[in-house]
Design a protein around this ligand. Structure first.
Ligand SMILES: [Zn+2]
Ligand SMILES: [Zn+2]
Length: 325
């Protein structure tokens, strides 16, 4: 019968689907189901689900209350902004740029084009001008945002090897979140102070005298206490881009366990996060944090972070931001 032949034809005829993240048109098989194939441009899974881009997201829509509280305490220290700007100018924020340009591979439309597309997705979703992004060879599963004037995002190769495409988008979006939430000046200063906590590094950095002053004025401990809490806000920014809490959860699991996801039970990990949040003592965490930095760790407690992100989703606050025009 002719009707049956038409149905058969439509089942085998390829059609196209527009990537919900980057907008690229992709040819797919007629029997395509969501998640079957990846976009040729950004490599994220293709799906006909919508992806929200925010028209006027402000940091107040998602900033974690612990972040705003710690930031207010930090800003109350007299002269802090000028001291930190001085630290950055003498330690050479400009030098950081030279270091990254010389030792890392710059992400462009031709070099790591899928990472470039992911950066573009994060920036258009949150409403941020595109910063420069670099990939640096390092076994650490980590990423950073630097620069108080011109922002730079650095992704470590160890991170890219461990994470899948959606998880990589989550990390890039977390970093873009630092720019959107205007964390960059304090965050760059915090990273420098972390580096200075290592005595041999302090001797090499010409700003160490100012750094010593900052430490004696108590700016460093307030700054590091804030920096840890600022991560919670940017995990939320990451979620606002990937729009699936479990992608953030799996990133945290890989940050915590460091091994391949197939060896870890995700549900058990979530349970661990929930339990941790119930008994979490902030002051004790601050104490541990100091030791943690000395041990060379820069990003805090994935277990704590997953508990916090689950809480934000379960409170309905996440959905409220998603429903914003
Ligand atoms: Zn795409
Ligand atoms: Zn961060």
């Amino acid at each position: 019968m002719p009707k049956k032949r038409d149905e058969e034809a439509s089942l085998t005829k390829p059609h196209s689907i527009r990537c919900r993240f980057c907008g690229q048109k992709n040819a797919v098989k007629a029997d395509f189901k969501n998640g079957d194939a990846a976009c040729g441009k950004c490599r994220l899974p293709l799906s006909d689900e919508p992806h929200k881009k925010f028209a006027d997201l402000t940091k107040h829509d998602y900033v974690h209350p612990l972040d705003s509280k710690a930031l207010a305490a930090l800003r109350a220290i007299p002269g802090i902004d000028s001291a930190l700007r001085k630290l950055l100018s003498v330690t050479g924020e400009a030098a950081l740029r030279v270091i990254f340009t010389a030792s890392s591979v710059k992400v462009t439309t031709k070099q790591f084009p899928d990472l470039h597309a992911k950066l573009q997705i994060a920036c258009t979703t949150l409403g941020v001008d595109m910063p420069e992004m670099f990939v640096q060879q390092s076994p650490l599963v980590n990423a950073f945002t630097y620069g108080s004037e011109k922002h730079i995002i650095v992704l470590f190769s160890g991170l890219l090897e461990k994470l899948n495409d959606e998880e990589t988008l989550a990390v890039i979006s977390h970093e873009v979140g630092h720019i959107h939430a205007e964390h960059a000046l304090y965050l760059t200063a915090a990273r420098l102070i972390e580096a200075l906590a290592n005595a041999s590094a302090a001797a090499l950095i010409p700003g160490s005298e100012i750094a010593k002053f900052i430490i004696s004025a108590g700016i460093n401990s307030a700054l590091l206490a804030w920096a840890r809490r600022a991560e919670l806000s940017c995990d939320r920014a990451g979620l606002l881009v990937v729009q699936d809490p479990h992608v953030i959860g799996r990133v945290m699991m890989k940050l915590a366990g460091g091994t391949s996801a197939s060896k870890m039970d995700y549900d058990q990990f979530l349970e661990q996060g929930r339990e941790f949040k119930k008994t979490c003592d902030e002051k004790a965490l601050d104490k541990f944090w100091a030791t943690w930095i000395n041990a060379g760790q820069s990003h805090p407690f994935p277990i704590w972070r997953v508990g916090e992100i689950l809480d934000w989703v379960e409170s309905g606050e996440y959905q409220k931001v998603m429903n914003k025009d």
